[in-house]
Each structure stands twice: as C-alpha cells, then as structure tokens.
Design a protein around this ligand. Structure first.
Ligand SMILES: O=C(O)CCC(=O)C(=O)O
Ligand SMILES: [Fe+2]
Length: 309
C-alpha cells in the first residue's frame, strides 16, 4: 500500500511534469531523472559533433511533426519485402505476432524483423537526404536503437491505443522513421500528426495522450470544447519512401480502409559516432532490438528499456 506521503509526492511530481515550463522544455511529461540523463547525453554528443563539423541548420521537426523523404530504398525491394511479410503471415509463421482483439488486434507484427527479413533495409540510412535530416533532428550523429515491422489491416474498429491521439512520451534526442513498403495516403493508412504549437496548446488545455486510459479518438470534439485548432497533417508516401517524425507530438495511426499497410519503423537515438560504426560494434544488439528506449542512453549502459507508444 503506498503511504499517504507517497501518494501526495506522486501527485506533486505529476503536476510538475505536466506544467508548461516542463513539457515545453522536454517536449514530454516523463520523470525528471530520465530527461536529465538524456539531455546531458545528447548535449555531449552534440558538442563532440560540433568540434569537427560546421554548425547544423535547425531541425526540420522543430515545428513540423513529420518530414517526407522520397525514395530512400529501392521501390522494388520495398515491394519484395512486403510480399515476404505476406507469405509469413499467410503461413502463420512462428515469427508472426498477432495481438488479440482485446489488445486492439488489427495488426500483424514480425518478431526480430532484421533477423527474419534481412538487413538490406538498413541501407536506407545511407540515403544522404535522410542522413542530413537525421543529423539536424538529433543535432549530430545518431544510431539505430531498434526496429519494428508490422502490417496494419483494414478495419472499422480503431481500438488499438496507437489509433487514439497520443504522444509516445519518449526522452529528448530521439525520433522515429517509417520506411513505407506499401503506398499510404490520407484515405488509407497515413498517420495523422499535429505540429509542435498545437501539441503544446492541447497539453495546456489538459490533453496529454500519455497513458492508454487517457487517450481519446475524438480530439475534434475536445478542440471545440476548448477553443483549439484541429489541423492535422498526413503524409502520402510510396513504397521505398521515408517519413521522419517526432513521436512526442500528438499523433495517431489511421487504419487503412482498402488495402493493408506495411511499415518498417526505426527508433533513432543521438550517438557520439556514426550509425554504421555503432552498428559494427553492437550488431547483435541491433538485430534483436525493438523500438523501446533504454533508461540510460550511454554506451555500455544497462539495457533495461521502456516500452510505450
Ligand atoms: O502505425 C502508425 O501509423 C502510428 C504508430 C505509432 O503511433 C508510433 O509508431 O508511434
Ligand atoms: Fe505513437
């Protein structure tokens, strides 16, 4: 049983984490300790990078939630990967995880996707436009923290928690990439995002979309109740295109209505050395890693990680 003192202390901490000064600084409502650790780490990486490079232009995700970068991976290879995913699903291979209906259903995830589907998809990060954009977002070098690949099926029952408006609530100096294996557009499967200032306005009005039970699908209704703008951004993409996004701005998945949607997702974290050198040092870890963030981002640190998106 938590003591009254603990309960009061938790309430005070939550109030601090949900105050404008705090979430504007960190763009999340995480505990102070994790934000402090990631900020110190990210600033160290940033300083090291700045010693040998000219200064970086501003982040393309400073205000906009997402950036479309075409043709980061050959479209025929993207389509071949999608076909391979289809075969694994059809034969109900042991690497296929289908969350049951009571956990949202609607998707099939490939476990250990880089081991099952191969590592060619990592070549994506050699695309110079994507590499430059990532350097601007992470303020220097970066690494692949983890990978997820899943298929989203057409459905009318949008009850997964990522189909509700949410912020992943990840630490600073992180971002996510989608590599599209199937086409998406606003009517079929394109994730919906809000920009930074709108995300902050919703937080100010009390909407955080952090925990499952506080997430809602009807922010259009909330916006009217609180006099807020409801302008959402969706990015159309073709197989082989990337969408880079800040997972802490409010967003939600939109189930496709016609065909399924296949996505590769990378979680990216700032790093003192380039991603491919890091990959050589920790190939085994990267091949198994999911899109959770580690509690401590420094090299060789404990691998305990936190899952939430
Ligand atoms: O599947 C999607 O479109 C969005 C998933 C999501 O919320 C995330 O990756 O953080
Ligand atoms: Fe998310």
């Amino acid at each position: 049983m938590p003591s009254v003192l603990h309960t009061v202390a938790d309430a005070v901490l939550k109030q601090i984490q949900r105050s404008p000064l705090y979430y504007k600084r960190y763009n999340n409502t995480l505990a102070y300790r994790i934000n402090k650790t990631y900020t110190a780490y990210g600033q160290d990486c940033e300083r090291q990078y700045a010693q040998t490079h000219t200064s970086l232009p501003p982040s393309p995700l400073a205000e906009d939630p997402a950036l479309h970068i075409p043709a980061v991976f050959p479209s025929e290879k993207a389509e071949a990967l999608s076909a391979k995913i289809g075969k694994l699903i059809d034969r109900n291979d042991s690497c296929v995880f289908r969350p049951p209906r009571e956990h949202g259903g609607g998707i099939a995830q490939i476990k250990q996707p880089l081991r099952i589907l191969g590592t060619d998809i990592l070549d994506t990060l050699y695309n110079s436009e994507l590499d430059q954009a990532l350097r601007r977002v992470l303020r220097g070098y970066y690494r692949i923290q983890g990978t997820a690949i899943w298929r989203t099926f057409p459905t009318e029952h949008a009850d997964r928690s990522s189909w509700l408006w949410h912020s992943d609530t990840y630490p600073p100096y992180t971002c996510k990439i989608f590599v599209h294996l199937t086409p998406v557009d606003p009517t079929s499967g394109a994730t919906e995002f809000m920009n930074r200032s709108d995300t902050m306005a919703y937080r100010k009005a009390g909407y955080f979309g952090q925990y499952g039970q506080e997430r809602r699908g009807d922010l259009d209704v909330f916006s009217k109740e609180h006099g807020l703008p409801y302008r959402t951004v969706q990015v159309s993409a073709q197989p082989g295109d990337a969408t880079l996004f800040d997972q802490n701005y409010l967003h939600r998945a939109v189930p496709p209505h016609k065909n399924y949607r296949d996505i590769v997702q990378f979680l990216i974290v700032a790093n003192p050395i380039p991603w491919h050198e890091q990959l050589e040092r920790e190939t085994e870890r990267v091949l198994s890693a999911e899109c959770d963030y580690p509690k401590d981002p420094r090299q060789g640190a404990t691998t305990t990680s936190v899952k939430m998106h």
